[in-house]
Ligand binder design. Structure first.
Ligand SMILES: *[C@@H]1O[C@H](CO)[C@@H](O)[C@H](O)[C@H]1NC(C)=O
Ligand SMILES: *[C@@H]1O[C@H](CO)[C@@H](O)[C@H](O)[C@H]1NC(C)=O
Ligand SMILES: *[C@@H]1O[C@H](CO)[C@@H](O)[C@H](O)[C@H]1NC(C)=O
Ligand SMILES: *[C@@H]1O[C@H](CO)[C@@H](O)[C@H](O)[C@H]1NC(C)=O
Ligand SMILES: *[C@@H]1O[C@H](CO)[C@@H](O)[C@H](O)[C@H]1NC(C)=O
Ligand SMILES: *[C@@H]1O[C@H](CO)[C@@H](O)[C@H](O)[C@H]1NC(C)=O
Ligand SMILES: *[C@@H]1O[C@H](CO)[C@@H](O)[C@H](O)[C@H]1NC(C)=O
Length: 498
């Protein structure tokens, strides 16, 4: 099932029956020339050739570009992919209006395929560059580009070739798979940018997403973790108001390394190993089940080193538990409890705010919690200060212990005095009670420091401020010097107080 199993076979299927070159190497075609079936033109530098070929077991004739240095025809671009010739009567030429056309020699006025650029220039020149780009120039020279094959990819991306979305004219250049090894016609798989949300490359099966590269994180497409930048290749992502594209390059230009979308829907980055005379794929997508779009459904995460591939995120549970435990994950997960913050439903006393915040005030009673998204570095700085605060807090707690110790003795002394006074009565305060009182004070201090929504530092804790009620529950009183801090505010200058 996994396309990875058919990695290296791709190119071996392209044994095409193109006739070997009968013309001498020449990379250009002018209005006076033509390329007949059986002839080829070769780029200066000998990297690429253009001519007629038949893929696999097909007998149809197509015009394509392939690697000139590799013995088996490995086609990187096809012109008339949906309109082949059924015999060897094909001719490639420049029409009177300047367009590049493919026609049958028996009927040159009705081309099977055309570059279809709206020009009227009888001085156009066609040139096959050593990058694999086939370029149609106007004006007799090579300065004004009318059309180029790099703008019309078939199923292969070559170094320096852009996978590009033109935002101005809304044109999306995508790779489209072959129908089969024998048919380079437009297949069902495509690979290109989807600009909904954060732009990212998508591999689609028809209109169904199969795999995605993930949004660009500044270094790479975030789901393509295997593709770290290296000393062998580099790739880039450009996103402007005019266009959106990704492009790669191989530093050593003699290394042959195309990115291929094969007819089984696998995207593979191949390289030709001259020593073994074969192709290897050093990157392939999708790689495993976790790579497949929506494999775990919503609100779940996928990992392959786990017994269960899919796991609901914290706070979520499988939407269809039976399916889920039968490893049918696609229904995903739902919240265990609905969110308290239902803004559209209303009545929950909750709001999400995205603009500037002002007119914030404290309510000593009631009021809502305010959660603010802030810079992480700023938070870390606060956390450091927080440590300082906790240090101070320990001082306070130490002080409290002293006070409590003092109280303990005071209370003990008091009760002892009482005991002596009235030996017939039960002791007013047994040890358990004393312990409870001490713990009670501690609890109050702790509450003041930790649990209370508004963080309170008492700053004047002493025995006279500790009141005992009828049940001997201690209450800390006298907040005259107390200061109120909000839950997040950190106060470090708590110098006063006992
Ligand atoms: C190659 O093309 C150039 C012009 O583009 C032409 O002058 C030359 O004769 C051609 N060579 C061959 C061998 O066809
Ligand atoms: C071509 O046909 C032969 C015999 O029918 C078959 O074994 C081979 O797989 C075919 N090749 C392709 C690329 O379809
Ligand atoms: C080849 O195609 C031509 C039209 O392009 C058609 O008239 C002819 O019948 C076809 N021949 C075969 C053998 O399919
Ligand atoms: C050529 O382009 C025109 C519009 O620019 C379009 O209507 C026509 O279908 C195209 N023809 C071919 C053969 O692609
Ligand atoms: C190109 O067109 C011009 C007129 O538009 C004509 O004079 C000239 O002879 C043409 N050249 C060729 C090579 O057809
Ligand atoms: C693509 O879709 C077709 C039918 O829609 C299906 O048979 C095929 O298995 C799908 N391929 C992948 C890789 O999902
Ligand atoms: C480029 O690659 C070729 C073939 O793999 C190798 O012979 C050559 O030494 C390489 N050049 C550099 C500069 O690495």
């Amino acid at each position: 099932m996994f396309p990875t199993t058919c990695l290296c076979f791709l190119f071996f299927q392209f044994f095409a029956s193109a006739a070997s070159a009968s013309t001498s190497s020449n990379d250009t075609l002018t209005t006076t020339g033509s390329i007949n079936d059986g002839q080829i033109i070769v780029s200066t530098g000998n990297n690429y050739a253009l001519g007629f070929f038949s893929p696999g077991n097909s007998s149809y004739r197509y015009v394509g570009i392939w690697f000139h240095k590799i013995p088996e025809i490995t086609v990187v671009w096809v012109a008339n992919r949906d309109n082949p010739l059924n015999d060897s009567s094909g001719v490639v030429s420049l029409a009177l209006d300047g367009n590049l056309i493919i026609s049958s020699s028996s009927d040159q006025r009705r081309p099977l395929w055309s570059t279809n650029v709206s020009v009227s220039d009888n001085t156009t020149v066609l040139k096959l560059l050593n990058s694999g780009n086939l370029v149609l120039y106007s004006g007799g020279g090579t300065s004004r580009t009318l059309w180029q094959s790099f703008d019309h990819p078939t199923n292969i991306l070559l170094p320096k070739m852009k996978l590009r979305l033109d935002r101005r004219i809304g044109l999306n250049r995508v790779l489209t798979s072959w129908r089969s090894k024998d048919d380079p016609g437009r297949g069902i798989y495509s690979f290109g940018f989807d600009q909904r949300g954060s732009p990212q490359p998508f591999l689609d099966n028809g209109s169904t997403p199969v795999w995605r590269g993930g949004p660009w994180d500044g270094q790479r497409f975030s789901r393509s973790t295997q593709l770290a930048q290296s000393h062998i290749y580099s790739y880039a992502f450009v996103d402007t108001t005019d266009e959106l594209y990704t492009v790669y390059d191989i530093y050593n230009s003699s290394i042959i390394s195309p990115i291929v979308l094969d007819d089984s829907g696998a995207l593979q980055w191949m390289t030709w190993v001259e020593r073994n005379r074969r192709w290897i794929a050093f990157y392939s997508a999708p790689t495993d089940w976790c790579d497949y779009y929506g494999h775990c459904g919503v609100y779940a995460s996928c990992r392959t080193d786990n017994t269960a591939e899919c796991n609901c995120l914290p706070g979520f549970q499988p939407k269809s538990p039976t399916d889920w435990y039968l490893t049918e994950w696609s229904d995903g997960c739902v919240r265990k409890r609905p969110l308290g913050c239902d803004i559209t439903g209303g009545g929950s006393g909750c709001i999400a705010w995205f603009g500037d915040l002002m007119d914030i005030r404290y309510f000593s009673d009631g009021g809502d919690d305010l959660y603010l998204r802030v810079d992480a570095a700023e938070l870390a700085a606060q956390a450091r200060k927080d440590k300082g605060f906790f240090h101070k807090k320990w001082e306070v707690i130490f002080t409290v212990c002293l006070v409590v110790g003092f109280l303990f003795f005071a209370v003990s002394a008091c009760s002892l005095r009482k005991k002596r006074k009235d030996k017939n009565k039960r002791p007013l305060l047994d040890w358990r009670k004393r312990f409870e009182i001490i713990m009670g004070i501690d609890r109050d201090v702790l509450y003041l420091h930790e649990d209370s929504r508004l963080r309170i530092v008492h700053r004047d804790l002493k025995a006279s401020n500790v009141l005992l009620n009828e049940e001997m529950i201690p209450k800390i009183s006298d907040f005259g010097m107390a200061r109120i801090f909000d839950g997040d505010q950190i106060q470090t200058n708590t110098k006063s107080g006992t």
